[in-house]
Design a binder for this molecule. Structure first.
Ligand code: ADP
Ligand code: MG
Length: 623
């Protein structure tokens, strides 16, 4: 019988291995930036074109490579960072496997220039799909420049699966930020399609955070510092009031390497317990320093999941040091000596002349805007954060924690039939039956609306119902572009981080359809002159921030498509919340509007809006 086993040629083996290291352009960015850091660079420039699909270039002023090394670095398992397996336990560099470059050059057209300070000339090497096509001396400054063109050009199936530029671009920014944040001593620049997106000068960790996330961040940060013999923690948490529903600004760095660790995330979350509403995530930027021998970074090729030897202790130390920082911040909020002050004057100038913000706890989104003069700007706090709405009692808490899916379920078909009856019953508004229901409508625990119907009663979740109503309205407006704007008395300038700014720029045309009067106003900055009439908050930053958070969350968790996602994100932001007291006409209006919807049964996230309880069932339960 013939032998059938072949050894794969190197270039094929490299291509296959590349699949593990290089998932998308952002993976290349990560590897190249890490190599520059490992090479001791103090200045690193990242240039990307077409979201990295046509070109990714990293230029550094690091130690460079010799003419032999520049060729060697392309080989699999070629690394200058470890010599034997034992070294694996004492890694202090970002890379160590020696497979990144070999993988990357197997699936692209690469050009590497490098010069060590002791050499007179630089060296240039060109590689196409692992094949060296040129190597020659050239002139170039000290350091290394690597450019990767046409990634996946020889694996069309992979290239086809790349997402649109906005998505791939965002991944690149994420990777760039993860590395730039934790190396504030290195100057970083990021150019995207010829435009400088980041220019980060050398500075402190705090200055770097502010430079990346915007000057608003300066006032949010609370320092955390703790030294123990297991781990040292240094960094910042954001004040509890800036917790968000979307995760996004949760950064752990272990020995200067960005890591993801759900268990340790939970430690921070625990420390914030009771200070932030359920479902919100605190922002944090915590650098952990540990003995490299006590953690295992070798368990995943992209090296973000890390195991710790003594994870329980690390958990406890993180939790208590964050708690301590929160406590200190509460007691002595102004004694933050570490505060970065250079932006304060700028902030002050910007604030001059802006009206004050007062809070109206009685505010009701259904009632007409009473203070339309806008002299005092009302801020709808409960829209920002349900925890700020009317005090929630014990029962309310209990109910909020009850998932609708856990409630006694109903025969679906009977329910559907009921709906048809109800719909005709309620939506024939001015008729007798409608006014009959009007008398028999009550609100329960400021969360549910209970309506008497012919066959029994109907229980409606007010927040979900309103989300459905607004969602369908916004979808219609998106199709027709006829959303109505209410002009703000004071147009508001808002600054966003580059990632969110990118996303917002993409959404602007659709936001206009829904009634936003919004324009880009400088780099990562926008001006909002008007918002849809249903939005009662006049705090544009809060509204835009809320929409962006919702949008990102709906994108990742519900996989909602763009238009549907945006309509739902705005509906979530502007809907009446659980915990809000409604009067009878408001309830009636909501119910009427709900039954005028195409799909009154479920909210856009697929959660049930209505439960019916038949008289029959009720009577049975008393037998
Ligand atoms: P690793 O980083 O795991 O060692 P890589 O494939 O990323 O593997 O890089 C291989 C080798 O090439 C590195 O060990 C290093 O010696 C060299 N190298 C890569 N990039 C640079 C750079 N920007 N400056 C200097 N040397 C570099
Ligand atoms: Mg490397």
């Amino acid at each position: 019988m013939e032998n059938i086993i072949n050894l794969l040629p190197d270039n094929v083996a490299n291509q296959i291995a590349a699949g593990e290291v290089v998932q998308r352009p952002a993976s290349v960015v990560k590897e190249l930036l890490e190599n520059s850091i490992d090479a001791g660079a103090t200045e690193v420039k990242l240039i990307v074109e077409d979201a990295g699909k046509s070109m990714i270039q990293v230029i550094d002023n690091g130690k460079g490579m010799s003419p032999t090394d520049i060729r060697m670095c392309l080989e699999r398992h070629a690394t200058s960072k470890i010599k034997n397996a034992e070294d694996l336990f004492y890694i202090t560099t970002m890379g160590f496997r020696g497979e990144a470059l070999a993988s990357i050059v197997a699936i692209s057209e690469a050009e590497i220039k490098s010069k060590r300070s002791e050499d007179e000339l630089a060296n240039l090497i060109k590689v196409v799909a692992s094949k060296v096509t040129k190597q020659e001396p050239c002139t170039s400054p000290n350091g290394t420049s690597i450019s990767i063109k046409n990634l996946f050009f020889n694996i069309p199936a992979r290239r086809k699966f790349l997402k649109k530029n906005s998505v791939e671009g965002r991944h690149i920014i994420d990777q760039f930020e993860r590395i730039a944040l934790v190396h504030p001593d290195v100057k970083f620049q990021l150019y995207q399609d010829g435009e400088e997106l980041f220019h980060l000068e050398h500075g402190t960790f705090r200055q770097r955070l502010v430079a990346v996330f915007g000057k608003n961040f300066n006032d949010r940060l609370v320092p955390v510092q703790e030294t123990t013999n297991i781990v040292s923690i240094k960094g910042f948490i954001c004040k509890p009031e800036f917790a968000r529903k979307t995760r996004g600004e949760q950064y752990f760095f272990a020995n200067n390497r960005f890591i993801k660790n759900h268990y340790l995330h939970h430690a921070v979350q625990q420390a914030f317990e009771d200070l932030i509403p359920k479902g919100h995530h605190p922002s944090y930027f915590l650098k952990l320093d540990l003995d490299p021998g006590s953690m295992d970074i070798n368990i995943h090729p992209t090296k973000t999941e890390i195991k710790f030897e003594d994870e329980k202790s690390v958990y406890a130390i993180i939790r208590s040091s964050v708690k301590k920082a929160l406590g200190e911040h509460n007691i002595t909020p102004s004694l933050d000596f570490n505060r970065e002050t250079s932006f304060d004057q700028l902030e002050k100038n910007k604030k001059l002349g802006l009206p004050g913000i007062s809070v109206d706890p009685e505010y009701n989104p259904f009632s007409e805007r009473k203070n339309s003069s806008g002299i005092t700007r009302k801020m709808d706090y409960s829209a920002v954060n349900p925890a700020y709405s009317t005090p929630v009692d014990h029962w309310e808490n209990l109910i909020q924690n009850t998932d609708s899916e856990l409630q006694p379920s109903m025969d679906f078909e009977t329910m559907e039939n009921e709906f048809e009856q109800n719909a005709s019953l309620v939506s024939s508004s001015e008729t007798d039956s409608s006014s009959a229901t009007q008398d028999k409508i009550i609100q329960l625990h400021n969360r549910f609306i209970i309506i008497q119907i012919k066959s029994g009663m109907m229980i409606v979740d007010q927040q979900r119902a309103h989300e459905r109503v607004l969602f369908e309205r916004y979808l219609g407006q998106l199709a027709q572009g006829n959303g109505k704007a209410q002009q703000l008395i004071f147009p508001e300038n808002i600054d966003l981080n580059p990632n969110d700014a990118d996303l917002l720029n993409e959404l602007i045309p659709q936001l206009r359809c829904m009634g936003f009067d919004i324009d880009e106003f400088g780099k990562n900055a926008f001006i909002v002159r008007g918002m849809p009439t249903e939005i009662k908050s006049t705090n544009a930053l809060d509204v835009i921030d809320g929409i962006i958070s919702n949008y990102k969350l709906n994108d990742t968790e519900l996989k909602l498509d763009g238009r549907v996602n945006l309509a739902y994100s705005l509906a979530q932001k502007s809907a009446v919340k659980s915990g809000r007291k409604l009067d009878k006409p408001e309830m009636q209006m909501l119910i009427d509007e709900l039954f005028a919807c195409e799909n009154p049964n479920y909210n856009p996230a697929g959660k049930r809006i209505i439960q019916n309880q038949s008289l029959e069932q009720l009577l049975k339960s008393f037998e």
